[in-house]
Design a binder for this molecule. Structure first.
Ligand SMILES: CC(C)(COP(=O)(O)OP(=O)(O)OC[C@H]1O[C@@H](n2cnc3c(N)ncnc32)[C@H](O)[C@@H]1OP(=O)(O)O)[C@@H](O)C(=O)NCCC(=O)NCCS
Length: 422
């Protein structure tokens, strides 16, 4: 992590204060060595003033029990089996409370999940298998308002003191929905959605639905139920749901605070935007462009140059991260403008962001009545030709002032232009 990352993270501090995150820890993760590291990440979030509810699953009970900790399907659960789940869940709740105590965080286990029996399915009484009927949000809010962390398990109670075994993913979903959480985070023992070519990515909810439709028969049950609940959560007003691989060290903090992320984020809306660059963006802009400058993809621009040209820069923001930038440098005498410093963060390339920024500048240039857009490129000439219909031109056609810089740079870049008839 470098200084720019730290500055980026500090930007989040006021933004996330008093926000509510529901963090669901899959049972299998509880037996992983990484649980203490997850609790440390949770402690960091809590120390930033984020309201946190932890929901945990049932840990793997070992080969001696032919049980199903993830409750992968609805099936009858006899009372004797429920007893085993209660013991295993209580142990894990205790382990989490211990871990939080060691990090100076007070937490408690409230009976805030009201449940009812699943009843009879396909003629079979499901016995102690249950479903969430209500979340006691007043109780949870009371706990959260005292900076305590409620720790919940997949066990619910009815008004008569009966206990029911619930699906962990749906407990987390119901808590997130009823508390109107800002984020629902599923920490799983799976590394990614299968068939996707990247581990970390962002999926708009409609794409997640399409993916689910195509892959539902191939997905392992824990991912299937998480994805189903993630989509439902997005449709019900929770804007971001994250699936994070809990076996990776610092994965939780990485997913929330770093541009690259480490898991999959499914998002509902208003999450991307192109906006004018502001002074506060300068460190992130520099950081973004430096990588490309080192690879000679971009002409090096000093901090002073960026400051002087800041009004010409636009940035592409995703969930508070600056993931792309571009500048429209005007040459009013020639009624022309240059597309400069187009750069997309490597972890967000190939998602159409470059195209969106170029088309945004094209519209802006038209509105400003420029007659020609041009770009000077060493490595993206093909991109501008295929994606935005630019054509190579002779460098001598550049505006005079720009031609001088071109000649001094000695980069031998390709010059392309697109005429914009008014
Ligand atoms: C060039 C760049 C801006 C493209 O941004 P992006 O958001 O990844 O691109 P999009 O998602 O809009 O388009 C992706 C498509 O462009 C293609 N593409 C990406 N970079 C390319 C390049 N340098 N040359 C040719 N094609 C390229 C991809 O293969 C992909 O093709 P497909 O849709 O057929 O699969 C980005 O790669 C970048 O920041 N590069 C480093 C800086 C740079 O070179 N800037 C240009 C300065 S003139």
């Amino acid at each position: 992590m470098n200084v720019a990352d730290l500055r980026g993270i500090l930007n989040y501090v006021p933004r996330y204060r008093d926000r509510t995150f529901i963090i669901s820890i899959e049972g299998e993760i509880a037996t992983e060595e990484n649980l203490p590291s997850i609790l440390t990440d949770i402690a960091v979030l809590w120390n930033l003033g984020i309201r946190i509810v932890i929901v945990h699953g049932i840990p793997n009970l070992g080969p001696q029990h032919q049980l199903d900790p993830d409750l992968s399907g609805q099936r009858p659960i006899p009372a004797a089996e429920l007893d085993i789940y209660i013991t295993a869940a209580s142990r894990l709740t205790h382990k989490i409370l211990e871990g939080l105590a060691a990090r100076n965080i007070r937490a408690l286990y409230p009976n805030a999940i009201i449940a009812a029996p699943t009843g009879i399915l396909s003629g079979a009484d499901q016995l102690t298998s249950g479903k969430v009927t209500r979340v006691d949000t007043a109780l949870l809010n009371q706990i959260l308002s005292q900076s305590l962390i409620p720790v919940l398990s997949p066990l619910g109670f009815d008004g008569e003191g009966h206990t029911f075994r619930l699906l962990t993913d749906s407990v987390a979903f119901e808590v997130a929905r009823t508390l109107k959480a800002d984020k629902l985070i599923y920490i799983t023992a799976h590394d990614s959605l299968i068939g996707r070519d990247r581990l970390s990515e962002q999926l708009p909810v409609h794409e997640a639905e399409k993916y689910l439709d195509e892959q539902k028969h191939k997905l392992p049950t824990p991912l299937l139920t998480k994805l189903t609940h993630a989509i439902q959560a997005c449709r019900m007003g929770i804007n971001r749901v994250h699936l994070v691989d809990g076996r990776v060290d610092e994965a939780l903090l990485g997913e929330i605070f770093l541009n690259e992320g480490t898991g999959t984020m499914i998002y509902a809306n208003d999450y991307q935007s192109i906006r004018p660059a502001q002074k506060k963006d300068i460190p992130a802009l520099r950081n973004l462009m430096l990588r490309a400058e080192k690879k000679q993809e971009l002409l090096p621009r000093s901090r002073q140059h960026i400051i002087a040209n800041l009004p010409h820069y636009s940035v592409f923001e995703m969930d508070g991260h600056l993931v792309g930038c571009v500048a429209l440098i005007p040459y009013p005498e020639e009624q022309a403008a240059e597309i400069a410093s187009l750069c997309i963060h490597p972890s967000h390339r190939g998602q159409g962001i470059g195209r969106k920024l170029v088309s945004f500048l094209e519209n802006t240039a038209r509105q400003k009545k420029f007659r020609r857009l041009f770009v000077v490129s060493t490595q993206a000439a093909q991109y501008f030709q295929t994606m935005a219909e630019f054509k190579p031109i002779d460098p001598s056609e550049l505006p005079k002032e720009r031609l001088q810089i071109y000649q001094q740079s000695g980069r031998n870049s390709i010059v392309l232009a697109k005429d914009l008839p008014n």
